[in-house]
Design a protein around this ligand. Structure first.
Ligand code: GSH
Length: 417
């Protein structure tokens, strides 16, 4: 064993603090990654019998636990390079106060923010904003928290910079708007090799803790609604293709035991079913960008009415037998759209998302039932083209010919003409 060993975990801000402090001091050490959610090593359990947590610094065979205590230890053992705490006792006390604040307040509400939902999450968000404002005030126009030199408070706080993306996405707000100086300070810290080498990729953190997964099927208009809503909101998520006409995954069956259908959106480990419900959830969880439902309750009710109408009526492939009824539905939608840009007016929203995936089915309707959608509903066709100018839509919709082929294949499977 090398004289200095650090037991850590890649995503741990506490472990990263120790990596930064050791790098600032130029101390060589052996890093050992712990499986903190699985089997902890005997060395970890024996070195930190009280908390059984990383980080642990083992120096000359003796373990030191608790990240803030480890940083101070490092500063005292290797005092000659890059002092981390100021020399003045009052300034040292202040630095310890703010580093303690980071753990007690900032880390605590940051954790609640991504672990909880609803009112509890909203409360954590308010607290996080207050804490960011306090840190913004303490930083002021200084380069680092301690002044010109990078030090203890910077090391305590900076690992959380790579969590900002997760906080913002889980709670729907902009940290830059709340604490621009803290964000600029984070960037300044990232210019240091010690920090840049220690911090985690913000996307990797978000994928791990704030994970969003969509169980879907490429041609599903219902799944496409969710994809468009997620794209409009700029939410990162993992797309998982399901074999809906063959073997459905255990995750799908377990997540949607009632209908066993895609799409299922899994957010923070909790499944949501039914596309229109998922789109509304997405709108509520990420309200800061591109609102999908109008603010006014009456307008919201109207949007829900038309989206529900689309779900109830616009099924099947417009077969000849149902042709007249189908044309009637298209005409009703044409009337509701009128001369508006989108269904709710100038902003692309809920009804557009509910309907637009069916635009790539128009070709199938026309071919199967022998009529021209453009002749029946020209405004609807123009609206479809307008929607296709949006990246969220263009990237999501299926090729109309592929839809047609798919419908043909489905008919064969189910023995329909
Ligand atoms: N107050 C501790 C916090 C350490 C901590 O929470 N470590 C987490 C990783 S981020 C851990 O080891 N968790 C494993 C567990 O709770 O069993 C410190 O500053 O070192």
């Amino acid at each position: 064993m090398k004289p200095v060993v650090l037991l850590g975990f890649w995503g741990s801000p506490f472990g990263q603090r120790c990596k930064i402090a050791l790098a600032e001091k130029g101390v060589e050490y052996e890093y050992r990654e712990e499986n903190i959610w699985g089997n902890k090593s005997p060395l970890l359990l024996e070195s930190n019998p009280v908390y059984k947590k990383i980080p642990v610094l083992i120096h000359d065979g003796k373990p030191v636990c608790e990240s803030r205590i480890i940083i101070q230890y490092i500063d005292e053992v290797w005092p000659h390079r890059a002092p981390l705490l100021p020399a003045d006792p009052y300034a040292r006390a202040q630095a310890r106060f703010w580093a303690d604040f980071v753990d007690k307040k900032f880390h605590d509400c940051g954790t609640r923010l991504w672990q909880l939902n609803g009112d509890a999450q909203a409360a954590a968000k308010e607290e996080l904003i207050e804490n960011l404002e306090l840190l913004e005030g303490e930083l002021g126009d200084k380069k680092y928290f301690g002044g010109d030199a990078f030090g203890f408070v910077d090391i305590a706080l900076v690992p959380f910079v790579s969590w900002f993306y997760t906080f913002e996405n889980c709670a729907g707000f902009s940290i830059e708007e709340t604490a621009p100086k803290v964000v600029a300070w984070g960037k300044r810290c990232m210019e240091r090799e010690s920090v840049a080498n220690a911090l985690s990729d913000p996307h990797k953190i978000y994928e791990t803790v704030g994970a969003a997964v969509l169980l879907d099927f490429w041609v599903s208009p219902f799944g496409q609604r969710c994809r468009i809503a997620l794209a409009e909101k700029g939410v990162e998520y993992e797309y998982r293709e399901e074999n809906v006409v063959g073997h459905k995954s255990p995750l799908l069956l377990e997540s949607n035991p009632v209908y066993k259908k895609v799409p299922v959106f899994i957010h923070d480990g909790k499944p949501l079913c039914e596309s229109l419900i998922i789109v509304q959830y997405i709108d509520e969880v990420w309200p800061h960008r591109a609102p999908l439902l109008p603010a006014d309750p009456y307008a919201r009710a109207q949007a829900r009415f038309w989206a529900d109408f689309i779900d109830k009526k616009l099924k099947g492939e417009g077969h000849a037998a149902a042709k007249e009824e189908f044309i009637g539905i298209l005409k009703l939608l044409e009337g509701e759209l009128g001369d508006k840009k989108y269904f709710a007016g100038d902003a692309f929203g809920f009804v557009d998302i509910a309907l637009v995936p069916f635009v790539s089915w128009f070709y199938t309707y026309e071919t199967c039932a022998g009529f021209s959608v453009e002749e029946v509903a020209p405004k609807l066709v123009a609206w479809g083209k307008r929607c296709m100018e949006r990246e969220s839509v263009a990237k999501t919709l299926s090729d109309p010919h592929k839809v047609y082929e798919f419908v043909g294949a489905l008919k064969k499977i189910y023995g329909v003409e």
